[in-house]
Design a protein around this ligand. Structure first.
Ligand code: NDP
Ligand code: BG6
Length: 512
């Protein structure tokens, strides 16, 4: 998250491994285009696309251009796009073939000499995760992992998700990466941290003086973090079958949101200072024994249903999904952060596919007023105060409170105050990858996972996955597509006399 001074990123070669894939077309190229439009890309940026498929440079560039028509902002500035695509070169090779890296080395050196890229190489692993360690090994063996003569330059590697599928595999991957690169060179990406409103959580908490005094167990009753998606697995059934909602969304994205909400104030805006505070939160999540895991976790899988008036199939009827798949498409957890600030304040997290609608939000629910003065004015139904940080699709912050209805008699009504993020300026076109790519190019690691954060997150998630693995679900599918998840998730909160905040379909106060 760069500071307020805008600067053009360093000259460099962006090497994309797996450049023929979906991520490159859908996110990376549109993000580069948006960065160029904002004037943040250096003139001497080169893009080296690497993959196994054979392409001529002409047909690869044509593929990228077609994809930009589909996934890029419209209308496209054709001149600008031409200038970007002209910087792309394509190299065919096998990810495990040393000869491919020897050729890559020549291409990179040529780029330094001809395009002024100064030995700065940004390797982006946009391949399936099975290939991550191999590429790191090969880059190291080819002498491409660290700066060398004539241009010392910097070398950075971006690692996509998923980062391991449990604690042991994440540690093994880390071992491989760290044998090739220093931790300071490794950027483990989490696209949630590239979202404007996620970054705004930090600013909201720490650029204002009024929230911090009440941001603790004395005033906060509990926190809910929801990432509901209305989409299903969208052709990624193969990947999703080996992941599930806990690995896909909670272990990474939702744990990051939790860390941002619960972290202590940092002493500076330095990347490692912020990450130190975040990792302490993850490390403070109370470990659960098997019994607690059963009581405090819920998993679900969607059956057929209707979303937005359209019938949608059950998860088990999606392409590349097993007919008796035990994979969860919904997960909910009750976690406790055991430190002085948060002891006894539950954090309820849930993520699900094919839910009633797309909504990512953080609800901070405050304790009730200590004295019920307005019992006769309908106080029994008084809603507690809530602060809601809406991440998407509606980008706003809402405060819910009670007010007096106009009239001679004291009658209470729930009221809201809203801040619409868009009011601060024209929304900037974003895939979520712009800030992240730019930050790697300027060497700012604040928005990236550090090894100890990944480790701490897997330490929480792995025992849950182990218990779930040992007890295959017997009731799947247990929620209808288009609902708010399984009934067991409601019971998780009802047992604590609480309820999920399921956002109503309403006209947003931020709509024009
Ligand atoms: P793809 O499945 O499209 O794979 C990318 C490229 O990798 C393919 O075009 C292929 O190129 C190469 N590849 C595929 N399978 C293998 C294999 N078994 N061994 C070696 N190379 C292979 O992936 P995506 O582009 O969708 O995603 C890339 C990475 O980004 C993944 O780690 C994914 O989890 C992550 N990601 C993707 C998102 C998205 O929106 N797509 C969102 C968030 C994360 P070739 O055969 O030409 O070498
Ligand atoms: C990805 C998950 O990390 O995040 C997907 O792999 C999910 O399954 C996506 O759909 C959600 O991202 P967003 O930005 O749409 O909330």
């Amino acid at each position: 998250m760069a500071s307020s001074e805008q600067q053009t990123a360093d000259p460099c070669v962006l090497v994309i491994f797996g450049a023929t894939g979906d991520l490159t077309k859908r996110k990376l190229m549109p993000a580069l285009y948006n960065l160029a439009r904002s004037g943040l890309l250096p003139d001497n940026l080169a893009i080296l696309a690497f993959a196994r498929r054979v392409h001529t440079i002409e047909n690869f560039r044509r593929d990228l251009t077609d994809a930009m028509q589909q996934f890029g902002p419209q209308p496209l500035d054709a001149g600008l796009w031409e200038r970007i695509v002209a910087r792309v070169t394509y190299l065919t090779g096998d990810y495990a073939d040393p000869a491919a890296y020897a050729t890559m080395r020549q291409v990179l050196e040529q780029s330094d000499a001809e395009r002024g890229t100064r030995g700065n190489y940004l390797y982006y692993l946009a391949t399936p995760p099975e290939v991550f360690a191999e590429v790191a090994r090969q880059l190291s063996a080819a002498g491409l992992a660290r700066g060398s003569q004539p241009f010392q330059g910097w070398r950075r590697i971006v690692v996509e998700k998923p980062f391991g599928h449990d604690l042991a595999s994440a540690r093994a991957l880390d071992g491989e990466l760290q044998a090739a690169f220093d931790e300071s060179q490794i950027f483990r990406i989490d696209h949630y941290l590239g979202k404007e409103t996620v970054q705004n959580v930090l600013v909201f908490r720490f650029a204002n003086g009024i929230f911090e005094p009440i941001w603790n167990r004395r005033y906060i009753d509990h926190v809910q973090i929801t990432a509901a998606e209305s989409v299903g697995v969208e052709g990624r059934g193969g990947y999703y079958e080996s992941a599930g909602a806990l690995r896909d969304m909670i272990q990474n994205h939702l744990f990051q949101l939790l860390a941002l909400v619960a972290m202590e104030p940092p002493i500076s805006f330095d990347g490692d200072v912020i990450r130190d505070q975040k990792v302490r939160v993850l490390q403070a999540i109370k470990p659960m024994d098997d019994e607690e895991i059963i009581r405090r976790s819920v998993r679900g899988q969607y059956g057929p249903g209707v979303i937005g008036g359209t019938p949608v199939p059950a998860y088990r009827d999606e392409p590349s999904v097993g007919r008796d798949s035990p994979t969860e498409t919904f997960a909910a957890l009750k976690l406790n952060v055991e430190n002085w600030r948060w002891a006894d304040v539950p954090f309820y997290l849930r993520a699900g596919k094919r839910m009633a609608r797309r909504e990512t939000e953080i609800v901070i629910q405050f304790r009730r007023a200590p004295v019920l003065l307005f019992r006769s004015a309908g106080a029994a139904s008084l809603q507690p105060n809530r602060l809601i940080l809406r991440i998407q699709p509606d980008e706003r912050i809402e405060v819910q409170f009670q007010a007096k209805r106009p009239g001679a008699i004291v009658r209470l009504a729930p009221a809201q105050m809203n801040f619409c993020y868009g009011d601060l300026g024209e929304s900037v076109l974003s895939t979520g990858y712009e800030t992240l790519l730019y930050d790697v190019m300027i060497g700012d690691s604040m928005l990236f996972h550090r090894a100890d954060m990944v480790d701490a997150a897997w330490r929480v998630a792995t025992p849950i996955l182990d218990v779930w693995g040992a007890l295959p679900p017997r009731d799947f599918p247990n929620y209808s597509a288009g609902s708010w998840g399984p009934a067991a998730a409601d019971r998780l909160l009802e047992r604590d006399r609480r309820v999920w905040q399921n956002p109503e379909q309403e006209q947003s106060p931020c709509d024009p």
